[in-house]
Design a binder for this molecule. Structure first.
Ligand code: 9WN
Length: 442
C-alpha cells in the first residue's frame, strides 16, 4: 500500500467508490471505460482495469484480459476498441466498417488499429495473485493469442526491422491530441478543415460533434483536430488497414516513444510468461525484442526521449509525458537517470499533482484539456513503476501518494486531472482511475 497521509476512513471510502465504478461499468466479460463517453471495450483500458480488478476478483480480472482475444483479427492484431456495449460512441463501428475488410474480425465489430501493448504487464500482474497452478492455466489460455499479437506488431508495423513499430493514428498511441502527434496530424488535414480552422476556429464544427454531450468541448480535443482524426480513419479504411497500403497514403506515421517503451517491457513479460509454461519465444521475436531495446536510445536527444516522424526520419521534439516512459521500459542508462528524473520533476512537468501530459510552458498547454496538459492516473502509475526499477523508489512513492490524494481531493473518479489544482476533468466514473486507485491502495 502506498504511504498516503489520508485518514483510513477516507481510504476505505475511496476503495468502496472504486469498486462501485468497476461494478457499474462491467459489461459482462469486459469493462467499459466510462458509462457515457466510452460504452465499449478499449485495449489498454482493459489492461489497467484488470490490474485493479485482481485485488477484488482475480477470476474476473483474468476474464477481462482474455476477452480482448475475442476481437483479435486473423492476422494477429488486437484492436483498440471492440464494440461490445450498446451505447453510442462518436467513432463507432460505422466509421471503421471492420465487417467489410477481408481478414477482419470474425464475430464482432472492431476498430482497425491497435493501442499500447499493455496486455503482457496485466497478465503478469494478475498471475501474481493466482497460485502457481491457476497462474499457469491462465498463462496457457492467453499465450497463443498474445504471442500472435506481438508477432503481428513487428511483422506488420516494422517490416524494415528497425526495432521500432510504427503507429498510423494518434488513437493508437492512446494520447489522442498530444502536441507531438497533432503537429503531424494537423498537416495531414484536408484543405476544407484547414480553412475552417483558420477562418472560424472550432465554432462551426463544434455543433456537429457528438463527443461533447457529456464532457464540455474545452476539456476534449478541438473540433478541427477531432474531424481530422475522423478523416484519417477514412484513409485507413480505404487502405483496408493494411500497412503496405497505408504507407502509400498521406497518413502520419510515427515511431511512438511511449508505445515502443511499453512494447519493450511487454516483450520481457511475454518471455517470462512463456518460460513459466515451458514455451520459448520464436527466435525472430527474440531478435525483434532485442532490436527494440537497442533502438529506443536512438530516440534520445538533448536530454529527452522523443517520438520519430517515420516518414522524414526526424525526431518530433515536442516535450510530453510520453518521453519519460523510457524509465518504464528500463532503457535509461544508470548515469542518465538523474538527469531525466530532474526534467520530469521540474515544475513545468510536475507543478503539484503528478506528471502533466504536456508541460505548462508549452504553447499548446491547457490544464483541463485532455492530453494537452492534465495529469492521467495511468501515466503516474507507469512512471512510478519505472522509477522503482530505476532505483528511485522514494520518488515512486511520492508520485503514488500524490496520485491518491489528488483523486481523494476531487470527489470523483475522473478521466484526468488539472496538474495545478487537481480538479477532476473529462469523464467521471472512469474505470482505469478506479482500478489503478485500487492497485495503489492495496
Ligand atoms: C479514442 C478510452 C480511451 C482511452 C484513450 C483516450 C480516449 C478515445 C476517445 O479514451 O480516447 O480511443 O474517443 O477520445 O485518449 O487513451 O483509451 O478510455
Amino acid at each position: 500500500m502506498s504511504s498516503s497521509a489520508l485518514p483510513s476512513e477516507v481510504l476505505t471510502e475511496l476503495r468502496t467508490s472504486a469498486i462501485e465504478v468497476l461494478r457499474d461499468n462491467d459489461l459482462g466479460g469486459a469493462t467499459r471505460p466510462s458509462p457515457t463517453l466510452y460504452p465499449h471495450q478499449w485495449l489498454w483500458d482493459s489492461c489497467f482495469i484488470a490490474i485493479g480488478l485482481r485485488h477484488i476478483d482475480p477470476e474476473r480480472a483474468s476474464r477481462e484480459i482474455l476477452s480482448l482475444l475475442h476481437g483479435q483479427w486473423p492476422n494477429g492484431m488486437i484492436p483498440h476498441v471492440i464494440f461490445s456495449g450498446s451505447g453510442s460512441y462518436h467513432a463507432g463501428p460505422d466509421r471503421w466498417r471492420s465487417d467489410l475488410v477481408d481478414g477482419g474480425p470474425e464475430h464482432v465489430q472492431t476498430t482497425g488499429v491497435t493501442q499500447p501493448p499493455m496486455i503482457a504487464e496485466a497478465v503478469v500482474r494478475v498471475g501474481e495473485v493466482f497460485d502457481p497452478a491457476r497462474r499457469r492455466e491462465f498463462y496457457r489460455a492467453i499465450y497463443p493469442g498474445l504471442l500472435r499479437y506481438h508477432c503481428w506488431l513487428y511483422r506488420e508495423r516494422d517490416p524494415d526491422d528497425t526495432g521500432l513499430v510504427t503507429l498510423v493514428h494518434s488513437w493508437e498511441s492512446g494520447m489522442d491530441n498530444t502536441p507531438a502527434w497533432m503537429e503531424l496530424t494537423r498537416r495531414a488535414a484536408p484543405i476544407p478543415l484547414k480553412l475552417i480552422r483558420r477562418l472560424n476556429g472550432d465554432g462551426a464544427l463544434d455543433a456537429l460533434r457528438r463527443d461533447n454531450k457529456e464532457v464540455p468541448s474545452d476539456q476534449r480535443l478541438s473540433a478541427t483536430d477531432l474531424f481530422t482524426l475522423y478523416h484519417l480513419v477514412g484513409e485507413l479504411r480505404d487502405a483496408r488497414y493494411d500497412f503496405s497500403r497505408i504507407r502509400a497514403s498521406r497518413v502520419p506515421l510515427v515511431q511512438d516513444v511511449a508505445f515502443n517503451a511499453i512494447l519493450a517491457r511487454a516483450n520481457d513479460h511475454l518471455r517470462d510468461i512463456a518460460a513459466d509454461i515451458g514455451e520459448q519465444l520464436p527466435n525472430q521475436l527474440l531478435r525483434s525484442a532485442r532490436r527494440t531495446r537497442a533502438a529506443l536510445p536512438t530516440l534520445f536527444a538533448d536530454g529527452m526521449y522523443w517520438s520519430r516522424d517515420a516518414r522524414s526520419g526526424r525526431l518530433i521534439s515536442r516535450p510530453t509525458v510520453a518521453g519519460f516512459l523510457a524509465l518504464y521500459a528500463g532503457v535509461v542508462p544508470p548515469d542518465s537517470v538523474e538527469d531525466l528524473v530532474s526534467r520530469m520533476t521540474a515544475r513545468r512537468f510536475w507543478p503539484a499533482h503528478g506528471i502533466a501530459s504536456t508541460p505548462t510552458d508549452d504553447p499548446d498547454f491547457q490544464p483541463r484539456c485532455y492530453w494537452q496538459g492534465p495529469v492521467w492516473v495511468n501515466m503516474n502509475w507507469l512512471l512510478a513503476d519505472g522509477l522503482d526499477r530505476a532505483g528511485r523508489g522514494d520518488l515512486a512513492e511520492r508520485l503514488r501518494a500524490g496520485t491518491i490524494s489528488m483523486i481523494a481531493g476531487s470527489e470523483g473518479l475522473y478521466e484526468y486531472y488539472s496538474p495545478f489544482d487537481g480538479t477532476g476533468v473529462g469523464s467521471n466514473h472512469f474505470s482505469w482511475t478506479a482500478a489503478l486507485l485500487l492497485d495503489l491502495l492495496d
